[in-house]
Design a binder for this molecule. Structure first.
Ligand code: GLU
Length: 279
């Protein structure tokens, strides 16, 4: 004879199965999924840039990581762990993004990470959460450069492992590239006249220019389109699908707009070209 306790337990289990979350998934995360692992650990580990103002930037004053990518990461942490504070940021330069995912140094990369075919063979991308274009940053007084083609014969600084390198090689094969670890390294070289220009995504350059508003000028003729995706471990489609659901929600419920307004929007830029269509 089943005891009344067993009957109650069985009843409860049956009732739980009727909830949208389903059996054994009290908060909707399937057992064994990356989401459940992060929830159990209680902290989300995110690979992000530390030197790109407005996207991923370590504030020298308080050490807080600020920018649009950081805001996206905090929203993910809140969803998975209940608080945006349960997050650890790991500096991830362009060339390390695939490695850090493969070696499980991070759970997720949110680092101005363009979705490309070759990268998609090593990591799994979400749908785009942001669109950038590539542009050129020069010294304010340098009137020689006003078009992409003016980079022919000039020295252009950019970062290793980025699409910016490939785009420059394709668009201006006559430019001489100075390839460094991060775009912030290019700025002192540009100011000192060791390179003629810096080229990468317009949004990154906007942040670097804002640090030297009088000395540096953005050419302002973006080329190409860079769709930013969040990167997860290869073939972790369950995590990817969960993140896609979150991105779609934020695009619709005003969270995306709030993140933009608080970060890039402060510069006066508008999001017309950058915000993906609602899905
Ligand atoms: N979005 C481009 C890329 O993923 C350039 C910016 C970067 O290096 O993060 O390569």
């Amino acid at each position: 004879m089943p005891t009344s306790e067993t009957v109650l337990r069985t009843l409860l289990a049956v009732l739980l199965c009727l909830l949208p979350a389903g059996c054994g998934e009290a908060d909707g995360f399937p057992e064994g999924s990356t989401m459940a692992r992060i929830r159990d650990r209680g902290v989300l580990i995110v690979g992000i840039k530390f030197d790109q103002p407005m996207f991923g930037y370590k504030d020298p004053a308080g050490g807080r990581i600020i920018g649009f990518d950081a805001e996206m990461a905090r929203l993910v942490a809140k969803d998975l762990t209940g608080s945006e504070r349960n997050i650890r940021f790991v500096e991830t330069v362009s060339r390390e993004r695939e490695n850090f995912l493969a070696q499980q140094v991070v759970d997720l990369v949110i680092a101005t990470y363009s979705i490309t075919q070759p990268r998609a063979e090593r990591v799994t991308f979400t749908d785009p959460y942001y669109y950038a274009g590539q542009d050129v940053l020069v010294r304010s007084g340098d009137t020689r450069i006003d078009e992409l083609s003016d980079l022919d014969g000039k020295t252009v600084c950019t970062a290793t492992g980025s699409t910016s390198v490939d785009n420059l090689r394709a668009e201006v094969p006559g430019a001489e590239l100075a390839i460094v670890d991060g775009y912030s390294v290019c700025v002192p070289a540009l100011l000192a006249g060791r390179v003629d220009a810096v080229s990468t995504d317009d949004t990154i350059l906007l942040g670097l220019q804002a640090q030297h508003p009088n000395a540096l000028r953005l050419v302002g003729k973006p080329f190409g389109r860079e769709p930013y995706g969040m990167g997860v471990r290869r073939q972790d489609t369950v995590f990817r699908d969960h993140l896609n659901g979150l991105i779609a929600r934020w695009l619709a419920d005003g969270q995306w707009d709030r993140a933009y307004r608080d970060t890039i929007g402060v510069s006066g830029a508008t999001s017309d070209q950058s915000k993906p269509a609602q899905r």
